[in-house]
Ligand binder design. Structure first.
Ligand code: NAD
Length: 316
């Protein structure tokens, strides 16, 4: 039988790419419920999925910040059966915390963290009863490692990771699977919106040095980092499908091998200083080394583009 897959945040980016990829699966292994907060934004998805609409894919409304909308959506699915839940909806926030309101920060936590909690409160009990189900969460490398001026966003993804690490132990008892997908930079609406909001940010509450650091170091390098290291939404979707099809899916999966050396620093030093010192040096002392390494990364990326392999999966 086809696996039913519910994905959140499908009007753009990774959610859209994943929904389309799964709906167009040649072996028709999935029935996709592609959900979005605002159905007025369904055109891009409808166009991309083409004749599969209404067959292998249905579009439904779901706002991860609204419990009732989650309940209504899940109740509309036959037997409420969801074999694979992909928690993808999320938002970013950059800049000095002095210039952000607590309400803005709460919206990020409410979407990225409580959004997942609300989904699981509705869907986990059914999965536990059936003793089957796979919960796939689009986290981030920032769920394991903080980055300059991403304080609250990283906190929201750390919350997601801590929550899932705790839940994974219980899930094992019910034979459920949990997988955290951890992309590095991905070129989507997210990146564009976060950058534009950063450019528009009122920096008057920050001291001059901080404001200068944000504008002339962070924002100046932002586009370059996405251009050299960034993956496409389709690449992340491809990784995610392999994880969904894997016989023994891993708990964590990083999609960007070029980023892995950075996250490895965290595990290499139990004191936690190594990644912080490295980021500090990259940002503040070695401007030239930084751009040289970006160029080197571009070269590596070009070479490795066609060769990613996740090893065995039941799709092969
Ligand atoms: P995106 O902005 O294109 O997609 C995010 C989607 O979530 C949008 O369609 C948006 O409308 C939706 N959304 C926001 N709030 C919602 C709500 N309350 N209810 C339902 N949907 C809501 O960006 P993306 O890059 O595709 O982001 C998808 C996920 O990937 C996010 O969780 C993000 O944190 C994560 N991620 C992104 C990057 C990146 O660099 N773009 C890197 C790592 C992880």
């Amino acid at each position: 039988a086809r696996k039913t897959v519910l994905i959140t945040g499908c009007s753009s980016g990774i959610g859209l790419a994943l929904a389309v990829k799964m709906a167009k699966d040649e072996q028709e292994r999935f029935k996709v419920y592609a959900t979005m907060r605002n159905l007025a934004k369904k055109d891009a998805l409808e166009e991309a999925v083409g004749h599969n609409l209404g067959k292998t894919l249905e579009i439904k409304q779901l706002d991860v910040c609204d419990e009732q909308s989650i309940k209504t959506c899940v109740n509309s699915i036959p037997d409420r059966r969801i074999d694979v839940l992909v928690s993808n909806a999320g938002m970013g926030l950059i800049g000095p915390i002095e210039c952000q309101t607590i309400d803005e920060m709460k919206t990020v936590m409410d979407t990225n963290f409580f959004g997942l909690v609300r989904l699981l409160k509705e869907i986990l009990p059914d999965m536990k009863k059936r003793k089957s189900g796979h919960i796939v969460i689009i986290s981030s490398v920032m769920g394991i490692q903080g980055i300059l001026f991403n304080d609250v966003y990283a906190a929201s993804k750390f919350a997601v990771e801590g929550f899932c690490e705790s839940l994974a132990i219980q899930a094992l008892k019910f034979k459920l699977q949990l997988s955290l997908i951890e992309p590095g930079p991905v070129v989507t609406e997210f990146e564009r919106k976060v950058f534009e909001d950063g450019m528009k940010m009122d920096l008057s509450a920050a001291d001059e040095e901080t404001a200068e650091m944000f504008t002339n170091i962070y924002l100046k390098n932002y586009k370059q980092i996405f251009q050299s290291l960034g993956q496409s939404a389709e690449e992340v979707a491809e990784h995610t499908v392999k994880i969904i099809l894997a016989e023994n899916p891993p708990f964590r999966h990083q999609t960007n091998t070029l980023y892995t050396p950075m996250t490895t620093l965290k595990y290499a030093d139990p004191n936690g200083d190594l990644p912080i010192d490295t980021f500090y040096k990259m940002v503040f002392h070695h401007d030239k080394i930084f751009s040289a390494s970006l160029n080197f990364i571009k070269l590596l990326r070009w070479r490795s583009r066609k060769s990613f392999d996740l090893g065995k999966s039941s799709s092969q």
